[in-house]
Design a protein around this ligand. Sequence first.
Ligand code: MN3
Length: 202
Amino acid sequence: MAFELPKLPYAYDALEPHIDARTMEIHHTKHHNGYTTKLNGAIAGTDMEGKGIHDILTGLDMSNGAVRNNGGGFYNHGLFWEIMSPNGGGTPSGELADAITSTFGSFDTFKEQFSAAAGTRFGSGWAWLCVHKGGKLEICSTPNQDNPLMPGIGCEGHPILGLDVWEHAYYLNYQNRRPDYVNAFFNVIDWDKVAGNFSAAK
Ligand code: MN3
């Protein structure tokens, strides 16, 4: 069974004005679709065919550039769409809020550190909030389509929140103003979804 481009859980214009409809549509139908198609091509006829994406990424031979880039791209964007919502924003509650406070001191400090990870990633990549077994949180960033599930990345947690900082994710609306895009992202984060990811992974 080949991987399929997941449907967005909302309309392309649902995240406006924070993320514009044109960017969302191109990002989903061109970029994410491209990673999906190329991932299927890269695993066809190998022992990765038929495995889940989580297993493929955690067991990845990092010298396999086609699966590293396209498997990462497939997984990363799937997570990204899911943790955003037109009803997002605000701050988390419950266990996740407690974990953020105990790890970072406060939500504001978390936001500062996450934004710094996103802002200082040189070139293309992602910023992540990951949870380690036991519930400890960690912020990290990765280049290109790498992610923390891959071996030897240096942030061996499970990603529960990810932000795409490739220019294709924001350039139409924000041009070179990545910090404005990162700030806008906080208005669409679906903290209930992130909390669900936290509970499932910790
Ligand atoms: Mn992207």
